[in-house]
Structure formats: structure tokens, C-alpha cells
Design a protein around this ligand. Structure first.
Ligand code: SF4
Length: 315
């Protein structure tokens, strides 16, 4: 059984939960039936949400309430304060990973820096203490910054890189997998960014992605300048519902002579936009959409890009 299950069941039973609504990330779906069986063995009825879920922003309390569930279990994430009328249990689900062999084999790549901002996602947050000790023994300064949304020092989200942005750091070392989180960091700082990859067991210099990212973004902004019809997308996920920001952007775009509509959907896909006449999307939901921007057949801008539509670029 998954680590921490017994403690979790005790907590859930203390709250007298009879029917539990479970949300699980895609990567753990293969384990969910086994987990549901274990809960049911404890006399708790389980409803498994099959909707995609990537963060603690996505708490489906309307659905859970309509189904008569008296608690929600969010697996793979930590609480960042989404309000819910139904109790939520977070089960962060840590992954075992030993970073020391990777640090030793790739040391030359980061040896020249004196101070490090050390960050990770919740799955590998426990590695940070081990890495901190390793770096300090080498005489380096290690900074575990305070997040804006999450609660653990050194933790970042795709939409919260504050922990990585300590001014005193010479570089940022991210521990984890995938491109989404380090891409978020390079958008917020000009400093070198390294990834201690739990996928490839190596340290990679991610800074070179910055130029590629800005080249694509620049091309999208330039194309968007010619657009007339703008769709401003907000998500109905409770932690991504930035309607006020969407209204500000709508006014701004209309002030530039554009037409703009606020659109809402849960999971954002191109198919849901069929039938609408749009030239440009502005994403007020999860920044993860940047990774899929090429699927939409039109420029996809982030809120901070909208102000750049009126800038004249001299090449
Ligand atoms: S908005 Fe996106 S990046 Fe932020 S917590 Fe939700 S899924 Fe993660």
C-alpha cells in the first residue's frame, strides 16, 4: 500500500467520512483502483474522479457535493488555501529519489556558483535538505525561498516561482522532472537555471531554453497585434478563477480597439472553442497552457503579454 495510507485512513475516519471523492493526477491513475479497494475495505465508499487534475487549484467540490460525498481526497498536491464547503484531505505523495550520485557525477556543471536557490515540487521536496547539506559541505550558500502560494520553503508550483527568486542567489537549482516548472522559472529571472533531473539522473543547464521560449513568445505577440477578436479564457477550477484579471484585460484590449470576450471552461481545449470566431487567446488560467499553445492554431498570450501588443518593436 502507498506510504502514509494508515495515517490517512485514521484522519478520514475521525471525521466520520462515509463517502469519499478522490482526485488523482494522471501519473497515479494506475494505482487508484487498488487504493479505492483499500478505502472500501475500511467501510468508506469511494467515488473516483476521472477528470484530469494537475494541482491543488482543481478541487471539484461542486461535483463531490452533488454526489453526496462528505470529503475530498486530493492526491499528489499540498494545500494552498482553496476554500471548499467540503473538507479536503491532501495526500502529497512523495517520491523516493537519491540526489547525491547525480550531484557527484555532474558537479563540474555547477561548481563555479557560490550561492544556490534550491527549489522543487512537493513530490521531491524532501530531497532539498539532503542537497542543502551536500552543497554546504562544499562551502556553498543555500537559500530555500518562501513561496507566495504554497506553504513549504523551497516549494514551487507552475504558477508560483517566488521560492526560486531570492536576490542573493547566483543560480537556481530545480529538482524534479519535466519542463513545466523550470520554464516557469526562466520567465521570472535572468539568472542561470539548472535542473537536477529525476528523469535522466543528470544536471542540465536549462538557461538555453530561455532564448527559445522568448523567440516563440515574441512571434506570438507580433502575430497577435494583427488580431481583432480576442478570447480571454478563465477556468472554472476554483484555484484558477481569475475573473477580475479577465475583466481588466478585456477593458485594456477594448481600449486598444480590439473585440474581446471572456470565456469559461474547466479543462481548456481547442475543441471547446469550435464555432467561435477568434484570432487570439489570452490565458488567465493555468500557465501550463503555454506547453500546448501550438495546438490552438492561433497565438496564446499570457496576461502580462497583453500590454506588449501596443509596443512598437524596432529590429
Ligand atoms: S494553476 Fe496550474 S500551476 Fe498552478 S497549481 Fe494549478 S495546475 Fe499547478
Amino acid at each position: 500500500m502507498l506510504e502514509g495510507f494508515e495515517e490517512l485512513v485514521l484522519e478520514i475516519k475521525k471525521r466520520d467520512v462515509k463517502r469519499l471523492f478522490i482526485q488523482v493526477p494522471e501519473g497515479l491513475k494506475t494505482r487508484i483502483q487498488e487504493l479505492a479497494n483499500s478505502f472500501e475495505g475500511q467501510g468508506i465508499v469511494v467515488v473516483i474522479s476521472c477528470e484530469p487534475m494537475w494541482g491543488a487549484c482543481d478541487i471539484r467540490f461542486h461535483e463531490a457535493g452533488d454526489l453526496g460525498c462528505d470529503a475530498i481526497l486530493n492526491i499528489g498536491h499540498t494545500d494552498f488555501g482553496v476554500k471548499s464547503p467540503i473538507p479536503i484531505f491532501y495526500w502529497p505523495f512523495r517520491l523516493d529519489f537519491d540526489p547525491i550520485p547525480v550531484l557527484e557525477s555532474s558537479w563540474k556543471k555547477i561548481e563555479r556558483f557560490k550561492s544556490f536557490s534550491l527549489v522543487s515540487t512537493t513530490q521531491h521536496i524532501e530531497c532539498l535538505d539532503v542537497i542543502k547539506v551536500f552543497l554546504e559541505k562544499k562551502g556553498k550558500v543555500v537559500l530555500l525561498g518562501k513561496p507566495a502560494i504554497s506553504k513549504t520553503h523551497g516549494q514551487i508550483l507552475g504558477c508560483d516561482q517566488a521560492a526560486a527568486l531570492d536576490e542573493k542567489a547566483d543560480c537556481i537549482l530545480f529538482v524534479g522532472s519535466g519542463r513545466f516548472h523550470p520554464l516557469g522559472i526562466i520567465r521570472k529571472t535572468e539568472k542561470p537555471v539548472f535542473v537536477l533531473s529525476t528523469d535522466t539522473n543528470s544536471i542540465e543547464d536549462f538557461s538555453k531554453e530561455r532564448e527559445r521560449f522568448y523567440r516563440i513568445k515574441f512571434a506570438q505577440i507580433e502575430k497577435a497585434k494583427d488580431g481583432k477578436n480576442f478570447g480571454i479564457v478563465v477556468s472554472s477550477k476554483p484555484g484558477q478563477m481569475y475573473i477580475k484579471q479577465a475583466e481588466v484585460l478585456k477593458n485594456k484590449l477594448e481600449g486598444m480597439g480590439k473585440k474581446a470576450w471572456i470565456l469559461v471552461m474547466d479543462f481548456i481545449t481547442k475543441e471547446k472553442l469550435m464555432g467561435l470566431k477568434l484570432d487570439v487567446l489570452v490565458n488567465c488560467a493555468c500557465p501550463r497552457l503555454d506547453e500546448d499553445a501550438h495546438l490552438f492554431g492561433m497565438p496564446v498570450l499570457n496576461p502580462e503579454d497583453v500590454g506588449k501588443l501596443s509596443e512598437v518593436v524596432v529590429l
